[in-house]
Ligand binder design. Structure first.
Ligand code: ADP
Ligand code: MG
Length: 354
């Protein structure tokens, strides 16, 4: 059941989903910042960090990018050298997962979204060939892959697929179950980058963005708020909403426009309902933010709440004190503010294109 290694990287997206509205300044004194952008996690990651000593801040940013690379090296299912790839080559063999993978599984359990967020969709996502021109999956093969993915069982603190598996058609290599952390790895990587900046001692505050996920460290030194724009899912150059975080927090967007293809007038996009293996329809984009959320939490939640749809997403946000901005299937925006005093607000900037 060997897989053919692929060459793409985790969560390879065509465009960024949020726009950090922070100005990067050269130099570094008092409340000035250093901004560095590099390719990582299948997108461009930008770190803006504030501190008194420019050399120290720059070195801390290098450390943050190294922390991101370490997460990516372990969790990228499309990197043949990653720990997750090794697992996916023999998914029915019991094997300990790397700590980063367990961190994702733990967070999915803690957030209570295991119905909508499945880290075992590698074989299901693969049916769509999003990385090439796109393929509408054969219904029977898709159903098999969905069932195989659902058979994944975590054993103890480790991870493996259940021994009781389905009979495997010899020709169906691409349907084998496997782990895909593309819906969460960015968030975890940004959390690790934030910790690297914090532990460096030379950074007072920072904002780190990887397009669809942003995390903030500390309070903005100029006394203002961290402002993060959300792009229009049908016109990605336009900002349709702006979130403001008073201090540390996280924000993630999931959308039907980041990786998709169209066939016979149907949009096949990359966020899949684990119950059916079909793209989750109902929303165009969903953004969740909170000062109590880690980057990992927000990344998992944006994917999971997108799958669950508007009613459940709004209920979840109000029960958990998060702010939500979503664009429904007709292009109507809906805002769910976080409770007063939670340190996060969201305001509409423009109506999304219909
Ligand atoms: P982004 O790629 O912009 O970070 P998401 O965080 O929403 O967007 O992640 C989407 C990716 O997660 C998909 O490309 C796929 O690899 C994976 N995925 C798709 N559906 C699910 C799901 N229901 N649960 C977990 N992962 C998923
Ligand atoms: Mg996600």
């Amino acid at each position: 059941m060997r897989r053919h290694p692929r060459t793409t990287v985790i969560a390879c997206i065509a465009c960024t989903a949020v726009l950090a509205l922070t100005a990067g300044l050269g130099g570094c004194a008092a409340d000035e910042s250093v901004t560095v952008s590099r390719e990582a996690l299948g997108t461009v990651v930008t770190i803006t960090a504030y501190g008194d000593d420019e050399a120290q801040v720059t070195a801390a940013i290098d450390g943050a990018f190294a922390a991101i690379a370490a997460v990516e090296a372990g969790l990228d299912a499309y990197d043949p050298g990653s720990a997750v790839s090794a697992f996916n080559q023999t998914p029915y063999e019991e094997r300990d997962l790397p700590a980063d993978a367990l961190a994702v599984l733990d967070a999915v359990g803690r957030l209570g979204v295991g119905d909508a967020f499945s880290p075992a969709l590698f074989g299901v996502v693969g049916q769509y060939s999003f990385d090439s021109s796109g393929t509408v999956p054969d219904a029977a093969r898709l159903a098999w892959a969905v069932e195989a993915a659902a058979s994944f069982q975590r054993v103890g603190d480790g991870g493996r697929f259940a021994e009781e598996t389905l009979s495997i058609p010899a020709c169906d290599v691409e349907s084998y179950p496997g782990l895909d952390f593309g819906g969460a790895a960015k968030g975890l990587a940004l959390d690790r980058a934030r910790e690297a900046l914090r532990e460096s001692g030379g950074v007072a505050a920072a904002i780190i963005t990887a397009g669809s996920t942003t995390v903030t460290l500390g309070t903005k030194p100029d006394g203002g708020v961290w402002r993060i724009g959300v792009e229009d899912p049908r016109d990605t150059g336009r900002v349709v909403a702006v979130f403001a975080l008073e201090g540390e927090g996280a924000l993630s967007t999931s959308g039907d426009y980041q990786r998709y293809f169209e066939a016979d007038g149907v949009r096949y996009h990359h966020i899949l309902d684990p119950a059916s293996g079909a793209p989750a329809y109902g929303l165009r984009s969903l953004t969740v933010a909170g000062t109590s959320l880690s980057g990992l939490d927000s990344d998992i939640l944006s994917t999971a709440l997108f799958v669950r749809g508007e009613t459940d997403a709004l209920r979840y946000a109000s029960a958990h004190g998060c702010a939500l901005y979503l664009v429904d299937g007709e292009g109507r925006a809906r805002i769910a503010p976080a409770p007063d005093g939670s340190g996060v607000t969201v305001a509409e900037e423009a109506a999304p294109r219909r």
